[in-house]
Design a protein around this ligand. Structure first.
Ligand code: SAM
Length: 431
């Protein structure tokens, strides 16, 4: 029987269509199987608080990305890019008939979960998200599958509200570096003890980098899942949590002995950022660079820093995982590659990047702002238009310069994203 769609507040100003939410995910009141999933549920249908903001729809007040139809379309396109990057594979873990229970956390429109259900018809696949997406579209695209959809808010830790302190410490951090490939020495592996007043004391750069991510809440509640899983998957979860140590502890607890976790995400750097300082006039992305830095600053201010730092192997090994390993794939952005297949991926990903600009930037810059101030909606939107022009212009130049066998023509100007899959195994016996 079809369930009623969740209530959607009216917003005449909205210029985006909300996902139709034809089939709501189940909650503990409406699904017998859901009751076995959790002993403690944090979110119910009636709690869903869709926020209409500047023409976009968000799942709550704290997560930075929208959950409307344009975002669903973008995530589905992005799913194809993940697949192309991994040569059609959905996972870097070894799935066997023993993999009988699979959990996708922050599943979004559920493309990965549906794909896994198709590939592993013997397995029970569960997808959890705090927002409701149009699952009918996903399942129609992917065929007849059995996935159990659940709604839940996984961020049970919240964030520490130390706004001024975070802004102060931000000045000493190289955001582009520290939020991407975090050095293990700077790893915020352990939450610091909360001490009043001490956070504004002078610190060494290493200490400030260490402290930046440690947004340790007073209480450390967990997920309290009552069932265990053989594979837990999380994809595109940067900016969802401010307390990753707690997330990995919960994932570890929720896995069966011998089970695998897989965390997937990507990081985009602008090509040759240092070109900007060497010759500002020739740098093709001045607006994009400005927006990129502002977004990183806003995310830190929000308490949920962006970047793939949360995929550093130290997080997994500190939580107890073994056989931790990472698969890296560089994915081109734009039509510069000589190789036809790569050029096709680059074109698709460029479309995805242009679509993601507003989804990524609008809320962070208009709510939290960069290191100095909160931006206006018009300012963000007009800079996005400019940034898109820069991308298109750069792509045209790169296409014109593309000549077989003359890669040096582009040296340093290729634009790529670094896609990562990190996996770890829960040992059969806890020593
Ligand atoms: C960038 S999307 C990735 C979706 C999907 N994993 C994919 O790769 O297509 C992040 C997802 O995390 C979900 N999310 C954000 N905060 C969450 C929370 N506190 N609890 C559960 N899901 C959350 C969002 O609703 C969104 O679907």
């Amino acid at each position: 029987m079809e369930e009623e769609p969740p209530p959607q507040p009216d917003d005449p100003a909205s210029d985006h269509t909300a996902a139709q939410h034809k089939r709501a995910r189940s909650n503990s009141d409406s699904s017998v199987s859901a009751a076995s999933l959790h002993s403690t549920r944090t979110l119910h249908d009636e709690d869903l608080e869709f926020v209409h903001e500047n023409g976009r729809i968000y799942g709550n007040d704290s997560y930075y990305m929208p959950c409307d139809q344009p975002e669903q379309d973008r995530l589905t396109l992005q799913h194809q890019i993940y697949l192309l990057a991994l040569k059609g594979k959905l996972t870097t873990t070894k799935v066997s008939p023993k993999t009988s229970r699979i959990l996708d956390l922050g599943t979004g429109p559920g493309d990965w979960a549906v794909g896994m259900a198709k590939e592993c018809p013997w397995a029970e696949v569960v997808g959890i998200d705090m927002a409701v997406w149009d699952l009918d579209i996903t399942e129609t695209t992917a065929g007849d599958t059995e996935v159990r959809w659940e709604i839940d808010n996984l961020d049970v830790w919240g964030i520490e509200d130390e706004f001024d302190d975070i802004v102060l410490r931000m000045e000493r951090v190289d955001l582009a570096r520290d939020l991407a490939e975090r050095d293990p020495v700077d790893s915020p592996a352990r939450p610091r003890a909360k001490t009043s007043g001490s956070n504004t004391q002078p610190q060494t750069p290493a200490e400030s980098a260490y402290d930046l991510y440690v947004l340790n809440p007073d209480e450390q509640p967990g997920w309290h899942f009552s069932d265990s899983y053989d594979l837990i998957h999380m994809r595109g979860m940067k900016g969802v949590f401010g307390y990753w140590e707690g997330v990995y502890e919960e994932v570890y607890k929720t896995l069966s002995p011998g089970g695998w976790v897989e965390v997937v995400d990507y990081h985009i750097d602008l090509p040759q950022m240092e070109q900007e300082t060497r010759n500002p006039a020739s740098f093709p992305f001045p607006t994009l660079a400005k927006l990129h830095l502002a977004l990183l600053q806003a995310s830190v201010k929000s308490g949920r820093p962006l970047g793939t730092y949360y995929m550093h192997p130290s997080y997994l090994s500190d939580a107890g995982f073994k056989d931790v390993s990472t698969t890296y794939v560089n994915v081109p952005i734009g039509q510069w590659p000589e190789d036809e297949e790569q050029r096709k991926i680059g074109k698709l990903f460029m479309v995805c990047v242009m679509e993601m600009l507003e989804a990524h930037l609008l809320r962070p810059l208009t709510v939290w702002g960069d290191a100095e101030r909160v931006w206006s909606v018009d300012e963000v939107r007009s800079l996005i238009v400019k940034a898109k022009e820069e991308i298109l212009e750069w792509n045209t130049v790169m296409e014109e310069r593309r000549e077989p066998g003359r890669r040096s023509v582009f040296a340093g100007w290729e634009w790529k994203a670094n896609f990562k899959w990190i996996i770890g195994r829960k040992p059969l016996y806890d020593l």
